[in-house]
Ligand binder design. Structure first.
Ligand SMILES: Nc1ncnc2c1ncn2[C@@H]1O[C@H](COP(=O)(O)OP(=O)(O)O)[C@@H](O)[C@H]1O
Ligand SMILES: [Mg+2]
Length: 156
């Protein structure tokens, strides 16, 4: 069941990274974060923060895995960073071992997650980013399932 959304604003790239880091510290293995928003809205920037909050040492390591679909970073647990922009069909996610990822050891952060809505688990955090100016962004966080309803209370 989806919960109420939380709206956050960011005024700069650094602010988005800091927000991601704060949220990333609350994540743990098994969590899924589904990101959406236009090109250049800041999905990868937010993932830089999420990853460092999860213990990934260098945010420079975090780049959109546009051509390879997935990057894996080493944090406190594995961090799986997916970018599905180039995904042609839903069925393709099965080729990247989606079921193994879901039942696995890590945190899953997905850019263009709207492409695989039907594959998402019962519990996940949806984050939609909208550009509202050159350096201003609106982030809408919506929890699906109790795990993320509680997590958003902790974030607040
Ligand atoms: N408040 C902000 N939050 C995130 N990115 C911002 C912000 N203001 C400007 N930017 C810029 O917008 C771009 C976002 O790019 P990126 O994170 O790669 O987006 P996406 O992954 O959604 O395509 C970067 O060039 C970043 O510096
Ligand atoms: Mg990106």
């Amino acid at each position: 069941m989806e919960g109420l959304r939380t709206l956050l604003k960011s005024g700069s790239r650094q602010e988005t990274i800091a927000l991601g880091r704060r949220l990333g510290r609350l994540l743990r293995r098994g969590d899924v974060v589904a990101l959406s928003g236009n090109l250049g809205s800041g999905k990868t920037t937010l993932v830089k923060g999420l990853a460092t909050g999860l213990g990934v040492k260098s945010e420079g390591e975090v780049k959109s895995p546009t051509y390879v679909l997935m990057h894996i970073y080493r944090g406190h647990c594995p961090v799986y960073h997916l970018d599905l922009f180039r995904l042609d069909s839903n069925a393709e996610v099965e080729n990247i071992g989606w079921d193994d990822l879901l039942s696995g050891e890590g945190v899953i952060l997905i850019e263009w997650a709207g492409k695989i809505k039907g594959y998402l688990p019962k519990d996940y955090l949806e984050i939609e980013i909208k550009s509202s100016g050159e350096t201003s962004r609106e982030l809408s966080l919506r929890p699906y399932g109790s795990r993320f309803k509680n997590l958003l209370k902790d974030l607040a």
